[in-house]
Design a protein around this ligand. Sequence first.
Ligand code: SAH
Length: 259
Amino acid sequence: MSELIAPGTVWLVGSGPGDPDLLTRKAEKLICAASIVFYDALVGSGILDLIPAATNRVAVGKRSGRHSKDQRTINQMLVHAAKSGERVVRLKGGDPSIFGRATEEMEILTTHDIMFQICPGITAASAAAASASKSLTLRGLARKLIFVTAHAKSDEPLDLDWQNLAEPDATLAIYMGKSSAAIVSRNLIGAGMAKDTPVLLVENASLDNERIIHSRIDLLPLTAKTALGNGPAIMLIGSAMARDHNKSLHRQSKIAEAL
Ligand code: SAH
């Protein structure tokens, strides 16, 4: 198994939204082949349980607001491990290529002539939509899917193209938007989005403590403030997220109505 990763090389591996059953088979094989695993705060504990006991594991969770310094440290740790001949897995929540700062890590590895590859993962938007039995696109109604982060650098305003985001034929998947819910709501409505546009908020998608909340764009600030806990949450906005009464098997008890 360990030959999957050559000594001195790095795999950036997507761990999906948290449920170990949503890990790709390849990701699991890579986790088992690694001699060292660096993992983010959002990697689910069920996934960490898959790391063999003998494998070195290093938590490199980042906290909001301290990104750049911490990212530099992580980069150095990856380079050092690879240069020491380790078989390195860098585990990232969701898909490494979506708001995962994969580019910084690939750049530094390239600078040091270290070979790397990416193993994709299920991103939070896909997991959240699936949990609520929704399709992110909808023929004729939601022709575009826009992945956007509402995370602003501290002391800088959120600089997004609201006009473009407010278009009615799109589904917006807003990552890291919990603390910007009021700004998102105000700006999208200001750019012409209908006030009753459906919003689906999903916290801890795919995990046992998952919460699915239906709201609408004008009520989003209140919903985000009152209904969400401390877990990671994603907002899905657009007509494709309209509440309906289909007979899907999603866990009705977990679905709260904010209307
Ligand atoms: N690379 C990740 C995203 C990292 S950014 C991916 O592809 O999913 C971190 C943000 O992702 C969180 O702030 C939240 O908005 C979202 N997120 C990650 N895991 C989540 C989960 N299990 N449930 C809901 N949102 C999640």
